[in-house]
Design a protein around this ligand. Structure first.
Ligand SMILES: Nc1ncnc2c1ncn2[C@@H]1O[C@H](COP(=O)(O)OP(=O)(O)OP(=O)(O)O)[C@@H](O)[C@H]1O
Ligand SMILES: [Mg+2]
Length: 255
């Protein structure tokens, strides 16, 4: 797709990501465009999840800004912040379902807090999203009764439950067998195609990145900054040498 012509949803400007005084990433300037699948790719430990925390407002950037629809996510009032956060869904790396709540209740929680829908409609919406990720029969199960892969899909369903136009997914395929990981990639592409959802997908899985990305933002673990932002095809043919090496190594590992 011609992502370059799409409106900008999110802008990261001069972003520095840190834990305390320890800066893990600096010099990040990029945008997220409506309708694209943007993959944030980099070696394990390079700071992808830390960046995601700042992008969704859970962490506060050490420096710089994150603008969502032109509004500074970290300078917003509490009420504005709540409103901005309703525009995106997040699936964290660990899945993070509430273990004391059933799967259905986990999905209904954001609806109860934010949607204003009556309980029957909340349950209907939750069941719909569970069906979308292939978990039709899991509404009344507890998270502990799910396999790791099912838990991932339930977390994805919860991220989708408010029909957000923007979805942040942190390593959705990790810990899954190749078939289920591929199914998840397929689901991401379907969301984009059928609902026009903008997807930001964090991964260190090169194969998955190349399969789903419109653009790849590459984070370099040595220089601790972004070293490329382009389509997979252009990165493979014309990207910086270190990025091409990283991508080709990943492809060779599977050959
Ligand atoms: N809560 C925290 N407090 C202090 N340092 C942290 C914290 N979380 C992560 N870090 C450090 O920040 C760096 C980046 O970690 P992060 O989890 O963002 O990497 P990642 O790219 O998501 O890795 P992976 O691919 O393994 O998920 C690491 O050096 C890590 O030790
Ligand atoms: Mg991570």
């Amino acid at each position: 797709m011609a992502a370059g012509t799409q409106p900008v949803l999110v802008q990261a400007i001069g972003l520095q990501v840190a834990h305390g005084d320890q800066v893990v990433l600096h010099g990040l300037d990029f945008d997220i465009r409506a309708g694209e699948v943007l993959v944030i790719l980099g070696a394990s430990g390079c700071g992808k999840s830390s960046l995601l925390r700042d992008l969704v407002g859970l962490g506060r950037p050490h420096a710089g800004q994150v603008l969502l629809d032109g509004q500074d996510l970290h300078a917003a009032s509490a009420a504005q912040g709540r409103q901005l956060r309703q525009r995106f869904g997040v699936m964290f790396q660990a899945g993070a379902l509430w273990s004391a709540l059933s799967v259905g209740q986990n999905l209904m929680l954001p609806l109860r807090l934010l949607s204003g829908l009556p309980p029957a409609a909340q349950a209907r919406q939750a069941r719909l999203k569970l069906a979308l990720v292939g978990l039709d029969g899991s509404f009344d199960l507890m998270p502990a009764q799910l396999s790791g892969g099912m838990r991932k899909r339930a977390a994805l369903a919860r991220a989708l439950v408010l029909d957000p136009p923007l979805l942040y997914l942190d390593e959705p395929g990790s810990g899954l067998d190749p078939l289920n990981a591929a199914r998840l990639d397929e689901l991401v592409l379907q969301l984009r195609q059928h609902l026009g959802t903008t997807v930001v997908l964090v991964t260190h899985d090169i194969q998955s990145a190349l399969a789903v990305a419109d653009r790849v933002l590459f984070l370099d673990e040595d220089t601790r900054t972004m070293t490329a932002l382009d389509s997979p095809a252009r990165l493979l043919s014309h990207g910086p040498a270190a990025v091409r090496r990283f991508l080709h190594r990943g492809q060779e590992a599977l050959a």
